[in-house]
Design a protein around this ligand. Sequence first.
Ligand SMILES: Nc1ncnc2c1ncn2[C@@H]1O[C@H](COP(=O)(O)OP(=O)(O)OP(=O)(O)O)[C@@H](O)[C@H]1O
Ligand SMILES: [Mg+2]
Length: 261
Amino acid sequence: MSKQVKIATRGLCKSFAGRPVLDHIDLDIMTGESHVIIGLSGAGKSVLLKCILGLIRPDAGSVFVNGENWCALSAEARLSRMRCIGVVFQGAALFDSLPVWRNVAFVLLQQGMAERQARARAEEVLDWVGLPNIADKMPAELSGGMKKRVGLARAFCHRPEIILYDEPLSGLDPVMSDVIITLMTRLHEEHRVTSLTIAHNMNLVRKFADRVSMLYNGKIHQQLPRDQVDQCQDPVFRQFVEGRAHGPMQVLTEKRKGGSR
Ligand SMILES: Nc1ncnc2c1ncn2[C@@H]1O[C@H](COP(=O)(O)OP(=O)(O)OP(=O)(O)O)[C@@H](O)[C@H]1O
Ligand SMILES: [Mg+2]
């Protein structure tokens, strides 16, 4: 495996109730790359992310980070390695009982950093995401877009090498979506963060992805650099990109004969 590969999966398999969701997935995410995973709802994108994070145990296969097989590590060793990763969860997943700054500085506080220092860093990253003066607010006082930005601030507060994003734009208006894409791009470019992003939003793919992989039927169906996304003629890929209900992917159940309800 090349030294340039930051995250790799080899032969990753996961089934639920006998249905394969991930079927021998081999994926390489290069150092400094922004890699975006697309695919239908239920395709297994979040399961893939959770396997990489160790939140779901794969049935077979391995996950390598910086060349080390994380599936072969003890739970304790894996936890210590996790510090190199920041995660932006689909819902912001903030702790409701903690003020914003404690949410943002959560990993730093866990690592034993002094409160004053951790708070100063949390305020710095909150400022960076355009939310100064909210350190003492509670999550319930924030809008959805603010929560997303707090989630982003939390993901990179401890300066991880890798950020995993699970649908970072879900539930956001187009303007706030662009704000988040801009922040993600700045993190990627200014801090050389390697990222793996699950997305449905083609605007995010076109603006943020270096490469895009489409997950379909448990496999990586297509993998393309961003500049080939609009030229790709694969019918399954096109159906997704164009957002059509009809096409080779069976999304709707067939109409009953005679068309009656
Ligand atoms: N813990 C679990 N137990 C049983 N089935 C699960 C579990 N987690 C996921 N699944 C199933 O695996 C499949 C893939 O789920 P996953 O959450 O990865 O989809 P997704 O591609 O992230 O979809 P979406 O775009 O809607 O978030 C689904 O059929 C889901 O029901
Ligand atoms: Mg998902």
